[in-house]
Ligand binder design. Structure first.
Ligand SMILES: [Zn+2]
Length: 281
């Protein structure tokens, strides 16, 4: 549970409306359509218009609201991730009505023992309203895969940077997009490229609770690959023909960070229960 840090200033929406809009658009894009035929029927357009209009911000209830799940990982599926003693389940939750950047209880980690969960809730509590549609993940089943990465260019010195750039170029590859840091959602690895801001400085990358060192835990990306990072695309997705133009294979979670950026979660090395530090990159 979390009390929103500030009152909403735009229209509110509900998780049910977000799901309804996504399902409706998925069906609409999947339908065969004539050259002059609208994507949506009149009735569907009315539903979308109603959802887009949202609800007045005054309806946001006072007091704490439930967080929503972002990711759930079992130790058995990700052997490279070290779990705190006695735990084998990591749950990451956040508040889709607040700024998720920085270090606050808007983003929380729960390290648990899966055997303690004897009865899973069939209808977990949900916030009555949310403000940020892009921060509501579409449920996905994870199939973790280990990949080899290399340090991002901002962590190389000038001499190393020019050597690896020349090496990659000679092989018709690009060090930044093809070889160094994998795009998409991932655990651990090297920090994502800094795209719109300067790399984090040492005094920024520390635990917000104890000021101790942190390490990269999870990267949340707006897409699994894009035009520049297609070399990371899974072979089975490359083979798909007639791929949908909505809810595409490269955007399975439908989460969008900023305008296509990534959100990197760093967790405290000395105490995993401390709040994670998050940086948009
Ligand atoms: Zn700490």
């Amino acid at each position: 549970m979390r009390t929103p840090a500030y009152p909403p200033h735009g229209p509110l929406t509900t998780l049910a409306d977000i799901r309804a809009r996504r399902n409706l658009l998925t069906d609409a894009w999947a339908r065969p359509r004539g050259p002059r035929e609208n994507l949506l029927t009149e009735q569907e357009q009315e539903i979308i218009d109603r959802i887009n209009a949202g609800h007045p911000p005054e309806l946001m209830p006072e007091g704490p609201l439930p967080l929503i799940p972002v990711a759930q990982l079992y130790a058995r599926d990700v052997p490279a991730l070290s779990f705190p003693e006695g735990t084998d389940l990591l749950q990451i939750l956040w508040a889709p009505f607040d700024d998720i950047e920085g270090c606050s209880d808007a983003v929380q980690l729960r390290w648990r023992r899966s055997s303690d969960v004897t009865k899973a809730l069939t209808a977990p509590p949900e916030p009555s309203y949310v403000t940020d549609t892009d921060h509501v993940p579409a449920p996905c089943v994870l199939h973790p895969e280990e990949v080899q990465e290399f340090p991002p260019p901002h962590l190389l010195n000038e001499e190393q940077d020019s050597r690896v750039t020349a090496w990659a170029k000679a092989r018709s590859a690009d060090y930044w997009s093809d070889l160094s840091v994998a795009p998409g959602w991932k655990l651990g690895g090297w920090p994502a490229h800094f795209t719109f801001r300067d790399p984090a400085e040492a005094n920024e990358l520390h635990c917000g609770e104890c000021r101790g060192p942190v390490e990269a835990l999870l990267t949340i990306d707006s897409s699994e690959w894009d035009g520049g990072t297609g070399s990371w695309r899974p072979t089975e997705d490359a083979r798909r023909s007639g791929a949908p133009r909505y809810r595409t294979a490269c955007e399975p979670t439908m989460v969008n960070i900023g305008r296509g950026y990534t959100l990197q979660l760093y967790n405290c090395i000395s105490s995993p229960t401390h709040l994670p530090r998050t940086i948009m990159q």
